[in-house]
Design a binder for this molecule. Structure first.
Ligand code: MSP
Length: 599
């Protein structure tokens, strides 16, 4: 089979016809490859005192309104940020909007607005969604901001001064929707809505066009070995493993130089190439630099840049795991510590798209199911490795089962005046629940204590790798065990006139409240509002909610419990109101009414 050809025209006009496998661009003497040791930036090598953490979402295109997938990227990053803060890290969390490029230019034209007004309108919609969904970003970047333009111009000049950018010409396929160049092998035939034959990207399905123009090229081909060294030396660099393998596989294929500008006559909406007003910087180079802009590049990025973590969807892996590290290597900057990749949400097995009319509006859904409800659902059901299908019914089932019945029911039981008339954190009685058997606790109770004791470590492991669904699975299993503990001992049947029974009743409630305190603390990154209500109801103060304060059931281990005897916080109603499955958009939470689940 013949290999595809790439045409590169040198600035002075000589056309080089290169068979792709043989394509090796000359690397100027100016540029020296970094040693492979310099490519290893694992967290274990960071000093123990370094408590900085930097997490980013992709910046969102403003050509259309936010959809569920966008919120998902943001919720994952927010969860990691909140978790790190709970662990005592100084965490910076960046999100924002990607506003340059041909497709934004075209969308603004179609809307009859000037590009900046158009971008501002849509960017505000993203901002509003994120504020409504408790996305606790510390910086919101827009690529049309001046600070970003300065960072991009500086970054470009560094690459150019190192001889990594040269003037050439690109001829090949381009997808405006993906703002991406494609190899002939990545393009296929399709019919458009009017039955006309078109070429499309095999990966995204978006239309591609043949493009031929003079522009600037980046010497991407020169970075293959360093990229391979980075990935093989840092097996955690791209997670989950499946995506790490995908990147390694791409690096076995052709890696031609990359066009990093467009002719200004075609693309006006972007940052001009420094020193060449006839060219506009390629939108992906522009967009990727946002991560540096927020870190303070070019003057004061060090604190954040060496602890950068990116959350991205699987569709933009190539840009983040090949182009971006190559640009950074070229600019002599450290590489991101981890690129966390997630899969996509589909609706009835199909990609969400305006033309299919199946786009799920995240703002509308978070009003229907509450913000925390949506956050919980997305993180409980979203699996990084594989796509997930969205339905409203699934949301209702998951939230009713786990938040209303299981977690809410447990809180309700342990704080209900019938079991806890004094409304306090009652005493733990070591004789009733001794370390050595012989009290009133049974073997399953000991298993439950072991599970809850070990839960923070399990949750930590899953939060770290962003397998949040596994963390929630583990928490959910423990909540079920605690409910089983209460159910098994039917404390409502104990005779409170008998002092032994009273002590055992207090112990059951004490242990259950301790379990709830652990669940509430661990759930803060997922459902901040619900956790706050839960912990407030238990009387746990804001400074007692960190990871370091977890220390489960100290009385069982023979040490004091700061909560014992303390008054509970006020009752603010049910933790999570039951959602009703009804026709139309009537999934609104029912009015607060306590479920009669004391027994
Ligand atoms: N602007 C680029 C990113 C530049 S970052 C330097 C972009 N924007 S996007 O708006 O198209 O996508 C933003 C994020 O949303 C990506 O991580 C993408 O994977 C994610 N999602 C888009 N559709 C999605 C689903 N259906 N499901 C889950 N996430 C999805 O790409």
């Amino acid at each position: 089979m013949r290999l595809p050809f790439l045409f590169v025209t040198r600035a002075r006009g000589s056309v080089l016809r290169l068979q792709l496998r043989q394509f090796l661009s000359p690397v100027p003497a100016l540029w020296k490859p970094q040693s492979s040791a310099a490519l290893r930036f694992t967290s274990t090598q960071l000093s123990k005192e370094d408590r900085s953490f930097y997490i980013t979402t992709p910046i969102f295109y403003v050509n259309a309104s936010p959809h569920l997938g966008h919120l998902y990227s943001a919720v994952i990053a927010d969860c990691l940020h909140r978790y790190k803060v709970l662990q005592g890290f100084n965490s910076k969390f960046a999100t924002g909007t990607d506003e340059h490029g041909l497709k934004i230019q075209q969308a603004a034209e179609a809307a009859g607005k000037d590009p900046l007004t158009f971008c501002t309108d849509v960017s505000e919609r993203f901002k509003h969604l994120f504020s409504s969904c408790s996305i606790s970003y510390s910086d919101y970047i827009r690529t049309t901001q001046q600070r970003h333009r300065q960072a991009v111009e500086h970054f470009w000049s560094v690459l150019q001064n190192k001889g990594l950018i040269y003037k050439g010409s690109y001829e090949g396929w381009y997808s405006t929707q993906d703002e991406s160049f494609l190899m002939p092998s990545q393009v296929g035939d399709a019919l458009d809505s009017s039955g006309k034959e078109i070429k499309v990207s095999l990966e995204s399905g978006h239309k591609v066009e043949w493009m031929k123009e003079e522009n600037y090229m980046f010497r991407l081909s020169a970075f293959r070995t360093q990229l391979l060294d980075w990935l093989t030396g840092n097996p955690q660099a791209v997670q989950p493993e499946r995506f790490h393998q995908a990147v390694l596989q791409w690096l076995q294929e052709d890696l031609p130089d990359l066009s990093v500008s467009r002719q200004r006559s075609r693309l006006q909406w972007g940052i001009p190439v420094p020193g060449d007003a006839e060219q506009t910087i390629y939108v992906w180079l522009d967009a990727l630099v946002n991560y540096l802009t927020v870190a303070g590049y070019p003057d004061k990025h060090d604190q954040w840049w060496h602890v950068a973590h990116h959350v991205i969807g699987k569709d933009i892996l190539k840009f983040h795991a090949i182009y971006w590290p190559a640009f950074l290597l070229g600019a002599g900057l450290p590489l991101p510590q981890v690129i966390h990749v997630h899969s996509h949400w589909t609706v009835e097995g199909r990609k969400m798209s305006k033309s299919l009319g199946n786009v799920v509006d995240p703002l509308e859904r978070s009003q229907m199911f509450t913000t925390d409800g949506m956050r919980y659902f997305l993180l409980r059901q979203g699996v990084p490795d594989s796509d997930c299908d969205y339905t409203d019914d699934k949301v209702i089932k998951v939230l009713n089962a786990e938040l209303t019945d299981s977690l809410g029911g447990l809180l309700n039981r342990c704080t209900a005046p019938a079991l806890n008339p004094a409304q306090i954190y009652p005493s733990f009685c070591p004789q009733s629940f001794p370390k050595e058997r012989g009290g009133r606790a049974v073997v399953e109770d000991y298993h439950m204590l072991d599970a809850v004791k070990g839960l923070p470590a399990v949750v930590e492991m899953h939060y770290e790798s962003l397998n949040v669904y596994k963390a929630l699975e583990a928490i959910s299993a423990c909540v079920r065990q605690t409910n089983g503990f209460v159910q098994r001992h039917t404390p409502w049947k104990l005779d409170t006139r008998d002092s032994k029974d009273q002590r055992w009743l207090d112990t059951i409630v004490h242990v259950s409240l301790e379990c709830l305190r652990i669940y509430g603390t661990l759930l803060q990154p997922i459902v901040p509002e619900i956790s706050d209500r839960l912990l407030s109801r238990l009387g746990v103060q804001p400074n007692e909610r960190s990871w370091a304060a977890l220390n489960f059931l100290p009385r069982y281990g023979g040490t004091d419990c700061p909560f014992e005897g303390r008054a509970l916080g006020s009752d603010s109603g049910v933790l999570f109101s039951r959602l009703e499955s009804q026709k139309g958009d009537k999934h609104k939470p029912k009015k607060a009414k306590k479920s009669a689940n004391l027994k």
